[in-house]
Design a protein around this ligand. Structure first.
Ligand SMILES: *[C@@H]1O[C@H](CO)[C@@H](O)[C@H](O)[C@H]1NC(C)=O
Ligand SMILES: *[C@@H]1O[C@H](CO)[C@@H](O)[C@H](O)[C@H]1NC(C)=O
Length: 348
């Protein structure tokens, strides 16, 4: 309130306020691609709060981000001029200002399929939504009920999950494959995704960006497990991701029509990442088929650790993948800028 008055008087304050404020905050739900360290505070084996994770993060800090540096949720906050890093909601050191500019509820290993999160004891989307309700109560205490509704209607929500449903639950464990083919399994995950989007809308979200799946079959671990001697991309996993993406994109269109006031977009990450993997040199990379950590063929999470350090690459910025599953900060940076420029105006 005070600053609005000052604007009239002081050039300095006008400058301070005319900072890019497209969205007041960014709130994220999802999996390891956008988890800045929530898994540090829960009991699961899906963790990475140890070296060499975070090797290039502000002087080498393992924060629980599943990369050598920043992840896409950080780049989103930076892109919109909100803040440099998007923190994990479970971080006990957050203050009110941190909450008011946005947090991530994402949990590495989570999926749209509730079974995916359950298998590895991480925060399911319903757990993440419960935490969001707690967050909302804190915001309400600070700004009151009416302002909270208004605030939430302006916040950018980003949802990024689903890879682990296909890569882990469907193709690696037997639980779902025994009962579902890929068409019916993607229907199951889409229906739980749709339910989540509607619940989030019910909680006041009005601007929602929904990220599709990457070419899962081309991540190093999938190549190792199913790509034969040549470690080629696993076509079945890529087909599953493509099928899921087409259903997700259709679902997003249908929600846009049925939920009044909702602005939502589907963001394609499949094609941008595939393009980087197929033409690494064009984007400044030297290696796209192996991760930087350890041998690069299989290490991820607890397997990517100090013991593998003698094999870990020297310069991660030359690699598309940091471990056998997650891109490097350098690849995330390129991907994030492609994604953030897709359909931007549809969310304003
Ligand atoms: C705010 O940021 C968005 C995304 O970078 C950009 O498209 C827009 O032009 C910026 N607006 C201002 C006023 O700087
Ligand atoms: C999946 O959903 C689509 C669209 O609702 C439907 O046409 C199709 O029959 C479903 N497939 C299975 C195997 O249930």
């Amino acid at each position: 309130m005070l600053c609005i008055f000052v604007v009239l008087l002081s050039e300095g304050c006008i400058l301070a306020l005319s900072k890019n404020t497209t969205f007041p905050a960014i709130i994220v739900f999802g999996d390891s691609i956008v988890d800045p360290g929530n898994n540090n505070y829960i009991s699961t084996i899906i963790k990475c709060d140890f070296a060499p994770y975070g090797r290039d993060f502000q002087g080498g800090k393992p924060t629980g981000r599943f990369s050598n540096g920043k992840v896409p949720s950080d780049f989103a906050a930076e892109f919109y001029g909100i803040k440099e890093l998007l923190p994990a909601y479970l971080d006990p050191n957050l203050n009110l200002q941190d909450l008011l500019t946005g947090v991530s509820f994402a949990s590495g290993g989570a999926g749209y399929d509730p079974l995916t999160s359950k298998i590895v004891s991480v925060l399911s989307l319903s757990d993440q939504l419960e935490l969001f309700k707690e967050y909302k109560e804190k915001i309400k205490l600070a700004m009151g009920e009416e302002q909270t509704t208004n605030f939430l209607s302006k916040v950018l929500f980003i949802i990024c999950t689903g890879s682990d449903d296909i890569a882990n639950t469907y193709f690696t464990t037997p639980f779902r494959r025994a009962h579902y083919d890929i068409d019916s399994y993607t229907n199951l995950t889409i229906s739980s995704a749709s339910q989540f989007f509607q619940e989030l809308y019910g909680e006041g979200a009005r601007r929602i960006a929904i990220l599709g799946l990457p070419p899962i079959g081309c991540v190093p671990s999938q190549r190792t497990l199913g790509g034969g001697k040549q470690r080629g991309c696993v076509e079945a996993a890529n087909r599953a991701a493509t099928l899921f993406n087409s259903k997700l994109s259709a679902q997003v269109d249908s929600l846009k029509k049925s939920l009044p006031g909702l602005k939502t977009v589907y963001n394609d990450i499949y094609n941008p990442l595939l393009s980087i993997i197929q033409n690494p040199q064009k984007y400044g990379f030297e290696e796209a088929n192996k991760g930087c950590c350890g041998t690069g063929n299989i290490e991820v999470s607890i397997l990517c650790n100090q013991l593998s350090n003698h094999k870990t690459c020297k310069d991660a910025s030359k690699f598309v993948f940091w471990d056998s599953y997650h891109p490097t900060e350098a690849a995330y940076k390129i991907l994030s800028s492609v994604i953030l420029n897709q359909h931007l105006n549809d969310l304003l």
